[in-house]
Design a protein around this ligand. Sequence first.
Ligand SMILES: Nc1nc2c(ncn2[C@@H]2O[C@H](COP(=O)(O)OP(=O)(O)OP(=O)(O)O)[C@@H](O)[C@H]2O)c(=O)[nH]1
Ligand SMILES: [Mg+2]
Length: 279
Amino acid sequence: MAEDDPEGASEMLARLGVPGKAFVVGVTGPPGTGKSTLVDRLIGSYRSLGLRVGVVAVDPSSPFTGGALLGDRIRMTKHADDMGVFIRSMASRGWTGGLSRATSQAIRLMDAAGFDIVILETVGIGQSDIEVVGVSHVVVVVIMPGLGDGVQASKAGLMEAGDFYVVNKADIEGADAMVVNLLSLFRGRPRSPPVLKVSALSGDGVETLRSAIDVARSKFASGDPALRLKGIRGMIVETARGAVLAKLASVSESKAGKLAEEVMAGRLSVEAAAERLAR
Ligand SMILES: Nc1nc2c(ncn2[C@@H]2O[C@H](COP(=O)(O)OP(=O)(O)OP(=O)(O)O)[C@@H](O)[C@H]2O)c(=O)[nH]1
Ligand SMILES: [Mg+2]
């Protein structure tokens, strides 16, 4: 329902009780850096601690091609018949204003279902993907060697959004150079986020990353309200964003036509028309 009928889902979600008990780990970064492979490793790591893990993987592919959706499933199949793991792939295209809303709704469902950890994987290419990260308690940005200047040139948001930066594929050439690259990028910031070298393929560095994340998780678990409030704030904002975009899409068809006539006749500026539509 969260994906297909967010209005209907809203009614039910409103009855779920106080949200924000699950610890939400956002995993983002450019396409193909190994996010899903790393998520698979993190699932394994959390499972070995006996924690239940929900995963929402937002995929850039169209819901009609299904190619990459399948990719995520294959990469995480190890856990397919583990009752302590629930993996949901969602396409990021296909609904109007639905991405943020469906994503935050899915997280709330997993939270209500009692998962200890929810991992949210998004591709950090668009602004909306970065915004979705607002619902996470910690954000892991996954980079890989060879992205070069692409990293600096990438959406500014990506280099701001992370609590941890992972240089994945440490088993291939250029990982150390990428670490240096990132550290120099962060130099001059009041607090440089940790940069960790990981090979999701071999598993090297995954436990170090998990322990680093655990510092925040233990704060969260001990009832630190700041972190929990941050997550709930993100849920509110993303749910509102989804509702506003859906509303805009549903009214713009009819309303914008009339407004366009007014603008063409010189009775209204584009700005005033937009203001009216927004209201
Ligand atoms: N050499 C090496 N390859 C890796 C590593 N981690 C992932 N890969 C490979 O990189 C490719 C992409 O991995 P994914 O886990 O699908 O990457 P992703 O970031 O989830 O990709 P998208 O969701 O499509 O953006 C796959 O062929 C993986 O096997 C690693 O640590 N080392
Ligand atoms: Mg992926």
